[in-house]
Write a protein that binds this ligand. Structure first.
Ligand code: GLU
Length: 416
């Protein structure tokens, strides 16, 4: 599809949503309700910097849909975290939680900031101010934030503490917390673990023997690095991986543990001695079996989609493929397992964390991983079944399942 004017990320997600709504025959009013966000809050986030200056950032919390339960979704600290980006990510959360059949709606938050430029003390103050400014939208039965790009367990500890100063100790207000403060065992690895489970299933379907496989992973943050580690533990061969500044390639397979150690010390994968240097653009075009974009959005576009050589793509990042690229990949017969399926491990274990907090109980990690496997594999089977019976793409099938569940909840509630 040729897109003359550049679509916003929210428009791009809605192209897929509209197709699903159309095929499901949703009435116009419901269709419009589910397309738009329910509530959008933009706040000023002034921060006293270490040198005494005041820097003023912009923050958001967008609640896309709450028909199936409390709003759920991460908080992103990134320079591109603007209104349209957060809207897109909030709606993806609605379809993701519905596809996983979790009792949640969808939301996303963010602050437009480069967290690498701030000290720990500045990040702590920024997180507290942001939390206080959106606090009236939050509650364990209303809206539960979690980590996303640029945020982590420490950020969640600060959010919980800031919220607790007003409302008393409330661990269920955020998920992805440090384990010492009520976080769930297995939460940090959960998104990567979900990707690894799906890779195993996909490999069986493709008759791909893990030891002969060539896996390429873009992104070496929480999701990318855990994915590399867990898939190599399963015997798959990761031949290339990259971070923001570039990557490394080794046709015989990277030593993933050594790469993780190198990254911990150097804060980059660039310069890792166990492989050759490669750019992020080159990495996406490598000859490989499975390509796993696990970094930012819009990395596979109309320009590079014709050059992708993978047999299948697993979207570990949110929205890494533009609609134009999606069409090109479909024409070329390269299947794509979509973000709302592939990266759902994080929110699934967030759900377990929240239930553990509400019950004031802790699960063993083994139980967390088993239940994660059950939920993500059930969704995978449902998506595959629908895609093959309806002759549609995995993305179309995943959206249809999610949209149908949310539309049904709206109808059952009878609030309009
Ligand atoms: N930020 C993650 C996502 O995009 C996790 C959200 C959550 O755990 O609520 O799915």
């Amino acid at each position: 599809m040729a897109t003359a004017t550049k679509l916003s990320p929210f428009d791009e997600v809605n192209l897929v949503y509209d197709r699903a709504a159309e095929r499901l025959g949703l009435p116009d009013g419901v269709r419009e309700m589910l397309r738009r966000s329910w509530r959008e809050l933009q706040v000023q986030v002034p921060v006293r910097m270490d040198d005494g200056r005041i820097e003023v950032y912009t923050g958001y919390r967008i609640q896309h849909n709450g028909a199936r339960g409390p709003y759920k979704g991460g908080v992103r600290y990134h320079l591109q975290a603007d209104l349209e980006e957060i809207r897109a990510l909030a709606s993806l959360m609605t379809w993701k939680t519905a596809l996983m059949d979790l009792p949640y709606g969808g939301a996303k938050g963010g602050v437009q900031v480069d967290p690498n430029q701030l000290s720990m003390a500045e990040l702590n103050r920024l997180t507290r101010r942001y939390t206080l400014n959106i606090e009236h939208l939050l509650a364990p039965n209303r809206d539960i934030p979690a980590p996303d790009m640029g945020t982590n367990a420490q950020t969640m500890a600060w959010m919980m503490d800031a919220y607790g100063q007003l409302h008393g100790h409330s661990p269920a207000i955020v998920t992805g917390k440090p384990v010492e403060l009520g976080g769930s065992l297995g939460r940090e690895a959960a998104t990567g673990r979900g990707v690894a489970y799906l890779l195993s299933a996909t490999a069986k379907d493709l008759n791909l023997d893990p030891k002969d496989s060539r896996i390429v992973v873009q992104g070496f943050g929480n999701v990318g690095s855990w994915t590399c580690r867990l898939v190599s533990d399963q015997g798959f061969k990761v031949i290339a991986a990259s971070g923001v500044r570039g990557g490394v390639y080794n046709a015989n397979g990277l030593d993933v543990q050594a790469l993780r150690d190198y990254q911990t010390i150097s804060r980059t994968v660039v310069g890792f001695p166990g492989g050759e240097a490669i750019t992020n653009a080159e990495l996406l075009e490598l000859e490989c079996d499975v390509l796993i974009p696990a970094a930012i959005d819009n990395v596979i576009t109309g320009a590079n989609a014709p050059k992708v050589k993978a047999k299948i793509i697993l979207e570990a990042a949110n929205h890494p493929i533009t609609p134009e690229a999606d069409d090109i990949l479909e024409d070329r017969g390269i299947p794509v397992l979509p973000d709302i399926l592939v990266n759902a491990g994080g929110v699934i274990v967030s759900y377990f964390e929240w239930t553990q907090n509400l019950q004031e109980f802790r699960w063993e990690e083994e139980r967390v991983n088993q239940e994660l496997h059950k939920i993500i594999m059930r969704a995978y089977d449902e998506v595959r079944e629908r895609a093959s019976s309806q002759r549609i793409t995995y993305r179309e099938a995943a959206f249809e399942i999610g949209v149908q569940r949310v539309a049904h909840a709206v109808e059952l509630r009878g609030f309009v």
